[in-house]
Every structure is written in structure tokens, then in C-alpha cells.
Design a protein around this ligand. Structure first.
Ligand code: NAP
Ligand code: GCO
Length: 261
């Protein structure tokens, strides 16, 4: 086995919502593996902040303002990337939101917004890049799923519905485009310390201790924990891995949880 199977030299990657958080970590890992990085955010100020953060790591990243739920903006962004950088080899559907509201108190508009960002947008982005990947003869699509692709919990009905759907969209892209040498896989992060989970980690929140007791690793994950798995799924090393969700969760899905003392 050639070790350069894990190299991303010469590849162009688009990671959505990657000014910070998990997306930023994945994009940074891809750059270290040799890829050219493109990312987007909804606000120019965050795109600029993201570009500066990448520069601090010595990475020249191409940043674009784009709301991933807006198909016209996505079409424009992909065209710009193809013109300014080149055809996208790797798409990471990372941009996502969560609304933690008891289901019966959640408005349909709130539910729809989560589905729009976490499920409809990966469909829109994937549909936008697949034709060029087919022409190029290869492509990698990585959907950032969740433990909530498998499990539910109180207050996250919209998010779990979206992430469960994203798991099945992953399997369907595999089924429909595997013959075109496109591999579509998911990454299911466990509980990761990012702005999205900040409310769960505040001092004294019992959920913090709950997660640590439920995780064999005995800790919250970090965005850096996702770097290696993300490089693997973007590289030639995973060319025969398709339609799979790789859970990077410290073992939480396998474990009933520590007995309370
Ligand atoms: P985060 O810190 O909240 O970052 C989310 C990113 O997505 C932000 O850059 C945000 O931009 C962007 N975004 C949101 N809506 C967007 C839209 N409509 N168009 C473009 N960009 C948009 O989240 P994270 O923790 O890094 O999570 C990243 C992904 O991992 C999400 O899909 C999340 O569901 C998933 N995930 C997270 C965890 C975890 O424990 N953290 C675990 C499993 C899965 P703005 O700053 O402009 O809003
Ligand atoms: C929550 C958390 C989780 C994590 C992640 C777990 O409120 O339960 O936000 O949903 O973000 O998705 O994999």
C-alpha cells in the first residue's frame, strides 16, 4: 500500500461553514494534506475572519459569501470557484445549525429552518458539484452527520430528523453515483467542543457530566479529533468505502454509560 494514498496533493476541496469549528479543523487538515481550500460563510466579516485564521496557519484559503440554503447563491459560488480555483474534487457538507426546543413548543418555521440548513443544503451543494465530478471521473462528498443520525434526545427533533435524513442522503448519493467513481460518506462526530455545543458545556450544566459519563473516552471531543478521519474519507485510501457513516465519538454509541457513583 502506498502511503501517499492519504495525500490530497492537487485536490480542490470546498468545506461549507468553515470559518471556525469543525469545518475549520477539517479544512486545515486538508490543507496540511496538500489540498487547496475553499470555504464559505453567510457573512463577509466571518469569511474575512476565516481567511485570516487560515493565514495564521500558513494556509491560503479561498473564502466565499454564500448561504448554503440559497440555490442561486450556491450555483454562483460553485461557478466562481471553478473559474478562480478549479473543479471541486472534495465537498464537505459541514454547515449546520441546531435549535434545542421541546418539539411541541417548536414552530414549523423553526423546524423547517433546521431541515433547510442541515438536510436541504447538502442536497443543493451535492447536486451542484456532482456533474463536474462525473466529468472529471472522480469525486468525494463527505456529509457531517451526527450521533443524532442514530439516536434521539429531548429538544432536538428537527436536528435529529435532518441528520437522520442526511445519513440516508449519503447512502443514496453512494447508490446513484458510485458507478461514476464518486464516494459519498458521512462523519458522525460525537459531542465536540465547538460554539455549537457551548451551551451544553457551561459550568454546572449536568449535561456536561452526563456526556462524559456516556463517553468511554471520558471527555468531550475536539475538532482536531475529526481531522484524520476526514482526510481518510477525502483521500484515495477510501476509494472503496462508500455510503458509510464513520462515527468519531469516543465510543459513545457503543457504551451504555458509566454507573452513577
Ligand atoms: P458551529 O460551530 O455552529 O459552526 C457552524 C458553521 O456553519 C458556522 O460557520 C456557521 O456560520 C455555518 N452556517 C450555519 N448556517 C449556514 C448557512 N445557512 N449557510 C452557510 N453557513 C452556515 O458548528 P460545529 O460544531 O462546528 O458543527 C459543524 C457541523 O458538525 C454541523 O453540521 C453540526 O451539526 C455537526 N456536528 C457538530 C457536533 C458538535 O458536537 N459540535 C457533533 C456532531 C455533528 P455562521 O457563523 O455565519 O452562523
Ligand atoms: C445536542 C448536541 C448534539 C451534538 C451532536 C452529537 O444538543 O445533543 O448539540 O446534537 O451537536 O450532533 O453528535
Amino acid at each position: 500500500m502506498e502511503m501517499n494514498q492519504f495525500s490530497l496533493e492537487g485536490k480542490i476541496a470546498l468545506i461549507t461553514g468553515a470559518s471556525y469549528g469543525i469545518g475549520f479543523a477539517i479544512a486545515s487538515a486538508y490543507a496540511k494534506a496538500g489540498a487547496t481550500i475553499c470555504f464559505n460563510d453567510m457573512k463577509q466579516e466571518l469569511v474575512d475572519k476565516g481567511i485570516a485564521s487560515y493565514q495564521e496557519l500558513g494556509i491560503k484559503a479561498y473564502g466565499y459569501v454564500c448561504d448554503v440554503t440559497n440555490e442561486d447563491m450556491v450555483t454562483e459560488m460553485i461557478a466562481k470557484i471553478e473559474q478562480e480555483v478549479g473543479v471541486i474534487d472534495i465537498l464537505v457538507n459541514n454547515a449546520g445549525i441546531i435549535k434545542r426546543i421541546p418539539m411541541c413548543e417548536m414552530t414549523a418555521a423553526d423546524f423547517r429552518q433546521v431541515i433547510d440548513v442541515d438536510l436541504n443544503a447538502p442536497f443543493i451543494l451535492s447536486k451542484a458539484v456532482i456533474p463536474s465530478m462525473i466529468k472529471k471521473g472522480h469525486g468525494k462528498i463527505i456529509n457531517i452527520c451526527s450521533l443524532m443520525s442514530e439516536l434521539g434526545r429531548e429538544t432536538v427533533s428537527a436536528y435529529a430528523a435532518a441528520k437522520g435524513g442526511l445519513k440516508m442522503l449519503t447512502k443514496n448519493i453512494c447508490s446513484e453515483y458510485g458507478a461514476s467513481n464518486i464516494q459519498c460518506n458521512g462523519i458522525g462526530p460525537g459531542y465536540i467542543a465547538t460554539p455549537q455545543t457551548e451551551p451544553l458545556r457551561v459550568k454546572g450544566n449536568p449535561f456536561n457530566d452526563f456526556i462524559i459519563a456516556k463517553t468511554p473516552a471520558g471527555r468531550w471531543g475536539t475538532p482536531e479529533d475529526l481531522m484524520g478521519p476526514a482526510v481518510f474519507l477525502a483521500s484515495d485510501a477510501s476509494n472503496f468505502v462508500n455510503g458509510h457513516v464513520l462515527y468519531v465519538d469516543g465510543g459513545i454509541l457503543a457504551y451504555i454509560g458509566k454507573q452513577p457513583e
